[in-house]
Design a protein. Structure first.
Length: 470
C-alpha cells in the first residue's frame, strides 16, 4: 500500500508524514542490532536474500512480461503480481529479526513508484516491510522455528515446523495489513473501520500460499542442496503470479469497457447522470439479500450499470425533449432495451446481464415491454434491476423533479409489487436498506432543483405516482 495523496487536496496530510517518519525510525531501530560487529549476523544469507527479493520483483513488474505495473495509485502490485513475499517469509524463517528486516530494504527502496510523492512512498514501503518481516521473524524465533527447520544440512523436523511456520506467515499477514490500514486512515483521512475494512479477508489466502512457498524455500535452503535449490520454489510462485496478473489485466479491461459505455450514456442523457451506477449498487444490495454468490453479484452489478445502454440508439432530440412524448416517440424510447441487448450481445463476460438489459422493463402482470413477459417468465436479473431502477428514479433529485423520500419510494414499490415488480425483490430491497441505508444524489447538470413547471422532459415518460424512466 502506497501513501495516498489526500483526495481533498494535492498534498499528503501531516499525519501521514508523521506515520511514515515513526515507521522509518522503528524500522531503523529494528535493523540496527544486525549491524553491530558482535551480532553474528549471517551475512551470506542476508545478502543473497536481499538480492533475490528485488530480482524476483523485476520480471513480475515488467510490462513486457505481462506483470502488473503496480497497485492502485502507484502502490505495490497486487499480491501475486510482483510482491514476492515468499522470499521475505523465508528470511523470517531463517534469520534473526534484525537480519531478516534487512533483506526487505534494497527491494523496497529501489522499487518503481508510479505516482508522487516518490521518496515518501519508498520510505514507507521499506519501513513497512522491514517491520513486518522483523515481527514475523520474532514470532518464528519464539516458537523455535529455526530449530524445527534443522541446523545445517540435517533433515528438517516435520510436521512440527508447520506450526511455527504458519504462525510466522500469519504474523506477516497481520502486521502488513495493519500497517496498510493505518496509512490509508491517515493519508486518505478515512475512518478506522473504513480504512481496514476487507484488507485482512483479501490478504489471508494469498499470504497462506506465500507462507507455504516461503517454507519450501527455507527447507531447501537448509537442505544438503543449499540456496540454489531454494530458487526452484519460486518458479510456481512466479507462474501463478503471472496468471494472477493476467486475470487482473482482463478484469481491468472489463471495467474500462463498462465505464466507457456508462459515460457515453451519461453524456447523451444528461437528465439521468449517475443513475446507472446507483442502479448497479441497488441491484447488488437486492441480490446479496437474496443470497446470490460473488460471481453472480458481479454480473447483476454489470446488469444494473448497463441497463440503459440502449439509450445510445435513441435520438438525442427524443431523450431531451421538453414536453410530452408522441406515441411514435414513446415507441422509439421503448426500443432501448432491444438496442442495448444488441450492443452488448458480443461482450461475453456480461453473461446473464444481457437478459436483464433486454427485459428490465417487463412487468409481472405482462403489461411491460418489449415482449410482454409475465411472472417468472421474466429473467431473475431483470426483476432485480427493474426494482433497483424504479427505486433510484423515485429517490434521485433531477433538474426537473425533486426526489421522494426513501420511505415513500419503498411504499410505492410495495404498492406495485405483484403487478409491476416481483414482491421478493421489493422485500429484499426493503431489508437491505434497513441494514445499509441509501445515499441519494443529484443526477442532472444543475445543482439546484427548481419547482417543475410545464411538461416533464422525455427522460421520464411514465406519469405519477410511479415515475419509472424508460
Amino acid at each position: 500500500m502506497g501513501v495516498k495523496v489526500n483526495p481533498r487536496g494535492r498534498t499528503v496530510p501531516l499525519a501521514a508524514h508523521g506515520l511514515v517518519g515513526c515507521a522509518a525510525l522503528a524500522a531503523a531501530a529494528v535493523t540496527l542490532p544486525a549491524l553491530r560487529p558482535a551480532a553474528g549476523t549471517p551475512w551470506p544469507t542476508v545478502l543473497l536474500l536481499a538480492a533475490l527479493y528485488p530480482l524476483c520483483e523485476l520480471p513480475a513488474r515488467c510490462r513486457l512480461t505481462g506483470g502488473a505495473p503496480g497497485g492502485r495509485d502507484g502502490g505495490p502490485a497486487p499480491l501475486g503480481t510482483g510482491s514476492f513475499f515468499p522470499v521475505l517469509i523465508a528470511a523470517a524463517l531463517l534469520l534473526p529479526p534484525s537480519a531478516a528486516a534487512l533483506t526487505a530494504l534494497p527491494g523496497a527502496l529501489i522499487s518503481r513508484v508510479d505516482r508522487p510523492p516518490v521518496a515518501l512512498r519508498r520510505v514507507w514501503r521499506a519501513a513497512q516491510l522491514a517491520l513486518t518481516v522483523a515481527a514475523a521473524a520474532a514470532v518464528g524465533r519464539t516458537l523455535r522455528c529455526p530449530d524445527s527447520l534443522g541446523l545445517g544440512p540435517q533433515t528438517p523436523d516435520f510436521p512440527y515446523v508447520l506450526l511455527p511456520a504458519g504462525a510466522t506467515a500469519l504474523t506477516f499477514c497481520l502486521v502488513l495489513t495493519a500497517l496498510d490500514g493505518a496509512v490509508r486512515a491517515v493519508a486518505e483521512q478515512l475512518p478506522g473501520r473504513t480504512a481496514w475494512h476487507g484488507l485482512l479477508g483479501r490478504a489471508l489466502a494469498p499470504h497462506a500460499v506465500h507462507g507455504l512457498a516461503g517454507l519450501m524455500m527455507a527447507v531447501l535452503w537448509r537442505s544438503a542442496y543449499g540456496p540454489v535449490a531454494a530458487l526452484f520454489a519460486l518458479l510456481p510462485v512466479y507462474l501463478s503470479g503471472w496468471g494472477f496478473a493476467q486475470y487482473h489485466r482482463e478484469r481491468a479491461a472489463h471495467q474500462a469497457t463498462i465505464r466507457a459505455l456508462v459515460q457515453a450514456v451519461d453524456i447523451k442523457d444528461r437528465y439521468t447522470r449517475g443513475h446507472s451506477e446507483r442502479v448497479g449498487r441497488a441491484s447488488v444490495l437486492i441480490a446479496r439479500e437474496l443470497g446470490m454468490d460473488e460471481p453472480r453479484l458481479e454480473v447483476v452489478r454489470f446488469a444494473g450499470i448497463l441497463h440503459d445502454v440502449g439509450k445510445l440508439g435513441v435520438p438525442t432530440r427524443v431523450l431531451r425533449k421538453d414536453g410530452p412524448l408522441t406515441p411514435e416517440e414513446r415507441r422509439i424510447i421503448e426500443l432501448h432495451p432491444e438496442y442495448g441487448h444488441e450492443m452488448v450481445r458480443g461482450i461475453g463476460f456480461l453473461g446473464e446481464a444481457r437478459t436483464a438489459i433486454l427485459h428490465h422493463h417487463e412487468r409481472m402482470d405482462g403489461s411491460g415491454y418489449p415482449y410482454g413477459l409475465k411472472g417468472n417468465e421474466i429473467p431473475e436479473y431483470a426483476r432485480v434491476v427493474a426494482v433497483a431502477d424504479a427505486f433510484d428514479a423515485m429517490t434521485s433529485t433531477r433538474s426537473y423533479s425533486r426526489a421522494r423520500p426513501v420511505g415513500t419510494a419503498l411504499e410505492e414499490l410495495e404498492r406495485c409489487a405483484g403487478s409491476h415488480f416481483d414482491p421478493r425483490m421489493v422485500a429484499a430491497l426493503v431489508r437491505a436498506l434497513d441494514r445499509h441505508g441509501w445515499q441519494t444524489g443529484v443526477t442532472a447538470d444543475e445543482p439546484a432543483v427548481p419547482t417543475p413547471r410545464g411538461p416533464t422532459p422525455a427522460a421520464d415518460p411514465v406519469p405519477a405516482p410511479l415515475q419509472e424512466p424508460a
